[in-house]
Design a protein. Structure first.
Length: 387
């Protein structure tokens, strides 16, 4: 692609595809993102020349879809949907930037439009109906981060009623089963419904390996309610799946092993093996350079590490971890609340006020009854009365 780009410098398509090839060419341990920035420079020049080029804005969004760079992608994000208003993926892609920045209402609007376009695609025989599951994954996540759990629950019920369809990747497997599994898992994890998490039902019809999510959620839920034995049983189930994945040489072994380690960390914590638990979570957290922006049935490792530190009455360490997580995942409900609680425990009233205020503003206009939100509102009200 570089040879084509150099040989035909006036060919915008060659430049566009060269930038697309560049954007993921950095080493994982390269903090400078040199190739990604080179791609952005090429695409930004093209954006000035051809602001209506759908490939340019699409690839700009992908290029800037990274912590610390996302704000630069806002012009492209807000442009793309206007260029292709009936294309489900074009309507969804801006939400990659909105989610990176914690702009939950724009994220929601983007994905609602994408879902509507996907369903229209089935009516007009465009064959893009399966894309709605990708948009709904982002939509669910945005609802859960902004105190709209009632809407999130409605989405799960709506997904149950969807007809059978191919996934957006064109494979024959119906994406409904995995969607119901991952959305339900995310719901109980994000809302800290630990008893429901500990008893999360198995999802009938899953593909091999997907049950890892259910056992992962059960392990965390069990550990959080103090049932170390149940947590260990779930860890053992994940370990068994991992052994089979390795034996079959399937490509998702690393993911299953990470789920096992995170589940084991919580089982260790339930058994007061806290040094082992913290070591496991920190090892994973230090490798996570990007955020979690869809309802995938997981939680950020660094946030879990911070939660564990709060449990251990180490608020200073916890605050540092929450703040590090918020740099990658701005606007995350639980990290904002956790940072506020850690700051309050440290008697850093101004900082606690800042985090709780951000949390409350994210949930303005909702009817959420989450206890964390009630607590934040109470703290802000007390501070206001004192002033």
């Amino acid at each position: 692609m570089e040879k084509l780009y150099r040989r035909y410098p006036d060919d915008h398509e060659a430049a566009t595809f060269y930038a697309f090839a560049l954007k993921d060419s950095d080493r994982d341990d390269d903090p400078t993102h040199a190739k990604r920035k080179e791609a952005a420079a090429i695409l930004e020049k093209l954006f000035l020349l051809e602001p209506n080029h759908p490939g340019v804005v699409h690839y700009l969004i992908h290029t800037y879809d990274y912590p610390g760079m996302a704000e630069l992608g806002l012009p492209a994000a807000r442009r793309y949907a206007k260029l292709a208003p009936v294309a489900p993926h074009a309507l969804h892609m801006p939400s990659h930037i909105f989610a990176q920045l914690g702009l939950w209402q724009e994220d929601i609007d983007s994905n609602l439009a994408s879902v509507a376009a996907s369903r229209n695609a089935s009516i007009t025989h465009m064959g893009d109906e399966g894309h709605q599951y990708h948009a709904i994954e982002f939509l669910m996540y945005a609802y859960l981060q902004s105190g709209r759990e009632a809407e999130a629950q409605k989405v799960i019920e709506e997904v149950r009623s969807l007809p059978k369809m191919k996934s957006m990747y064109g494979v024959d497997s119906d994406p409904q089963v995995f969607a119901l599994l991952s959305y339900s898992a995310s719901y109980v994890l994000e809302l800290h419904e630990w008893e429901k998490a500990a008893d999360l039902p198995m999802m009938p019809g899953t593909e091999f390996g997907d049950d890892t999510i259910t056992y992962f959620v059960r392990a965390i839920g069990s550990a959080r309610i103090g049932d170390g034995e149940a947590a260990r049983r779930s860890v053992a189930e994940i370990r068994s799946i991992y052994s089979q994945v390795v034996a079959k040489r399937l490509p998702f072994a690393d993911w299953v092993d990470q789920e096992r380690k995170e589940a084991e960390a919580w089982a260790d914590h339930a058994e007061n093996k806290d040094d082992e638990a913290l070591t496991l979570l920190r090892e994973i957290a230090d490798k996570q350079k990007t955020g979690v922006f869809g309802a995938s049935g997981d939680l950020p490792a660094r946030e879990m590490l911070a939660d564990m530190l709060i449990d251990l009455k180490r608020p200073e360490q916890a605050l540092a971890e929450y703040e590090a997580e918020l740099k990658i995942n701005p606007g995350r409900f639980d990290s904002l609340y956790g940072a506020g609680r850690a700051a309050q425990m440290l008697k850093l009233s101004d900082k606690a006020n800042t985090y709780f205020d951000q949390l409350v503003k994210l949930c303005v206009g909702t009817d959420s009854s989450r206890p964390e939100l009630t607590y934040a509102r109470g703290f802000l009200s007390t501070v206001a009365k004192q002033n």
